[in-house]
Design a protein around this ligand. Structure first.
Ligand code: PRT
Ligand code: ZN
Length: 284
């Protein structure tokens, strides 16, 4: 039994989808322009598709799994399960209006026109907020709609905000945050579910490692207790005596988001020669 996973053929998700699978130890052998590929060291096959088509393929069981943005998953509204958030291709979906528009709140959009490539998500949001606006579905370059007189506002994906800025628009509401997710068919047979569980286990080990750093530092023995209290660690730090009398080396793991805060405290507490290293995998 082999799993099939659909990933974006080319675009913002494709490289990171492939990298994630490689970091999970899965080899992908594919030449250019191929639509399918096989892994030689894990029972999984790859389908390379447009991201918009992936939810349908997964619902139909043509593919067991797929990687898409949450925005595409929500817009397509197919019957698939979400197995995991993958943490890359982060963006947000926003309402934006021309910079000169005076905007006082969502009511602004009542009886206005909004251009978007995401009519389903937008309609749900407007309905939930009792806003009555006309939705104009266009497939690309949504950001030019206000300038050509098609709409008073747009609803689109924003990442850095530079596209909005260069088109003289400002973001006025964030409707949702999106990132890449792993979707799965809802009726996977148990053998495929077992393979999926193995894949999820690997993804979690990779994600945990990405969020953590391995720290080694030297400290006088009389500072070890205070330093140990600062280090959260997996369990407790490893303490190794140094040849230098009265000194030890401490080894521990700290999370990326607390990194600078913890390093500062360690220095104040008397830590020296602090080394910080990336971790490749963290298996529990
Ligand atoms: O050909 P295919 O249909 O497979 O690809 P696509 O052209 O539909 O999608 P693609 O590759 O552009 O994006 C795939 C996914 O990446 C999206 O569905 C999102 O989940 C995610 N993503 C992350 C983004 C962005 N960031 C992003 N910035 N998708 C699009 N953009 C566009 C946005 O539409 C706007 O035009 O970038 C512009 C805004 O970017 P900033 O940085 O100027 O704000
Ligand atoms: Zn697409």
């Amino acid at each position: 039994m082999r799993l099939k996973i659909a990933i974006q053929k080319s675009g913002r998700l494709s490289e990171q989808s492939k990298s994630l699978l490689k970091e999970c130890g899965i080899k992908i052998n594919n030449g250019k322009n191929q639509l399918m590929a096989r892994s030689t060291n894990f029972p999984i096959d790859f389908l390379f598709l447009r991201d918009d088509d992936i939810p349908q393929y997964v619902e139909d069981g043509v593919s067991d799994l797929g990687i898409v943005g949450e925005n595409v998953w929500l817009e397509k509204s197919k019957k698939v399960a979400v197995a995991k958030k993958l943490g890359f291709s982060k963006c947000r979906m926003c309402l934006a209006v021309p910079k000169a528009t005076s905007y006082s709140g969502l009511d602004f959009f009542n009886n206005k026109n909004i251009a978007t490539s995401y009519p389903i998500i937008l309609k749900k949001y407007l309905d939930e907020n009792n806003i009555n606006a006309a939705i104009h579905e266009i497939s690309g370059s949504v950001e030019i709609a206000p300038n050509i007189g098609l709409a008073e506002g747009i609803f689109d994906i924003v990442s850095t905000g530079s596209t909005l800025m260069s088109n003289g628009l400002k973001e006025v509401e964030t409707v949702l945050d999106s990132e890449a997710i792993l979707i799965t068919n809802q009726n996977l047979p148990s053998e495929k579910q077992t393979l999926l569980n193995e894949l999820l286990f690997r993804i979690e080990s990779v994600q945990r490692a990405k969020n953590s750093k391995y720290v080694v530092l030297n400290a006088p023995n009389n500072r070890i207790e205070i330093i140990t209290d600062i280090l959260p660690g997996m369990k407790s730090p490893t303490i190794v005596p140094l040849q230098k009398e009265g000194w030890s080396a401490l080894h521990s793991v700290i999370s990326e988001d607390k990194f600078w805060e913890i390093i500062g405290k360690l220095k104040t507490a008397g830590a020296e020669g602090i080394l910080v290293m990336p971790i490749e995998k963290m298996v529990f």
